[in-house]
Design a protein around this ligand. Structure first.
Ligand code: KG4
Ligand code: ZN
Length: 352
């Protein structure tokens, strides 16, 4: 490790994000640009995303370096997400970072986006006690819903995953049915605040089932059926709020149940397990965080969840994952190609 700051770049989906972290993990500056061009299409359009990353990245790097008071040649390494994600955006970020690293004569660090979400709670100052290994990770994003045993850096064991939709996807689809914009998660959470969560008896898929897999597509269908029963055309505001609250309560109940199962599974090999971590965009949801905190308490554990801005996609987590690997002498380099799929238990991430 050089002791110099690390530049992180995130372009795997529709957030263009840049951060500079000191070698000890202190955030010197960061910026996240949530692209606006997708809302009218009701979802991320990969080609639009890639072009927007290309348009914004150079200016954002310049601005963040200036805010961090770090000149280009003061950087110790340049890190970028190379997967999983949308290939166009990944290529833009990874190639930009590789070019910069080459020009500066500094190492390029290839980062796995899921590992970056997984290691976020270890960012200095975020969690009292610093989130030592092992911990149980609930990775809740737009593309992934997984319970993962984080046993050490590079050692991730998937305990359960979704059989159909990801939690964020379910939020986005339910929000669409309720006539909300995109992305739907934050809008649905706001709407649910004025709603009666007990009004619609929605299903709780997988509740009590052995293991800790998830399923959300039936819940989305149930929301569609309730909405249809309320009549054609736009929903009344109170109906929509009640349905949103009922949906969120169902997701919370399922997540809490699955988290408790996952904790019990992991305790079989790690009896002293004390920490549950929620990460990914959906973990920004306050009702879900409260349900997971209660589940953790019931298992004799504490819940750690990054602040909302570090739950969603950001570049702080990318630079931090690079720092963790540089410290361990296990950084991946330019030989790792950009790839749409790259699971956490892939052999490339293993550290002997
Ligand atoms: O981790 P993330 O920013 O991107 C991916 O890697 O997928 O997660 C995005 C997902 C979207 O589906 C979005 O609707 C959801 O996280 N989300 C939320 C909230 N904020 C973002 N879901 C529920 N409640 C929220 N407050
Ligand atoms: Zn993400």
């Amino acid at each position: 490790m050089t002791g110099r700051p690390v530049l992180g770049i995130e372009t795997s989906c529709d957030e263009t994000a840049v951060a500079v972290l000191a070698a000890d993990g202190q955030v010197l500056a960061e910026r996240v640009l949530s692209q606006s061009g997708h809302a009218e299409h009701g979802g991320v359009v990969p080609e639009i995303a890639a072009r927007a990353h290309l348009a914004h990245l150079p200016g954002m790097v310049e601005a963040v370096l200036a805010a961090a008071r770090t000149p280009l040649d003061g950087l110790g390494a340049v890190a970028a997400t190379v997967g999983p994600g949308l290939i166009g955006g990944l290529l833009v970020g990874a190639n930009y970072a590789k070019g910069l690293a080459l020009a500066l004569g500094r190492p390029f660090v290839a980062v796995n986006h899921l590992e970056a979400h997984a290691l976020t709670p270890r960012l200095p100052g975020l969690v009292a006690g610093g989130a030592p290994f092992p911990y149980l990770l609930l990775l809740l994003s737009g593309g992934h819903t997984q319970a993962v045993a984080v046993e050490a850096l590079g050692h991730y064991r998937r305990l359960g995953t979704t059989l159909d939709d990801a939690a964020g996807e379910a939020f986005d689809k339910a929000a669409k049915l309720l006539g909300l914009g995109w992305p739907g998660g934050p809008a649905l959470e706001r709407l649910a605040q004025g709603g009666d969560a007990t009004r619609f008896p929605l299903p709780r898929p997988m509740l009590g089932r052995a293991g800790c897999d998830f399923s959300f597509s039936g819940l989305k269908t149930a929301v569609a059926q309730e909405a249809a029963r309320l009549g054609t055309g736009a929903l009344r505001q109170q109906d929509a709020a009640d349905l949103a609250a009922s949906f969120q309560a169902a997701v919370a109940a399922v997540l809490a149940d699955r988290a408790r199962h996952a904790a019990a599974m992991l305790r079989a090999t790690h009896p002293g397990l004390a920490l549950m971590v929620a990460s990914g965009g959906v973990a920004a949801n306050q009702a879900l965080r409260a349900a997971l905190a209660a589940a953790a308490r019931a298992e004799g554990m504490a819940l750690a969840a990054p602040p909302a801005r570090l739950c969603g996609d950001n570049a702080v987590m990318v630079a931090w994952a690079a720092i963790e690997r540089l410290r361990a002498g296990a950084a991946l380099g330019p030989e790792v190609p950009a790839r749409p799929r790259w699971p956490l238990d892939d052999a490339l991430l293993r550290i002997a």
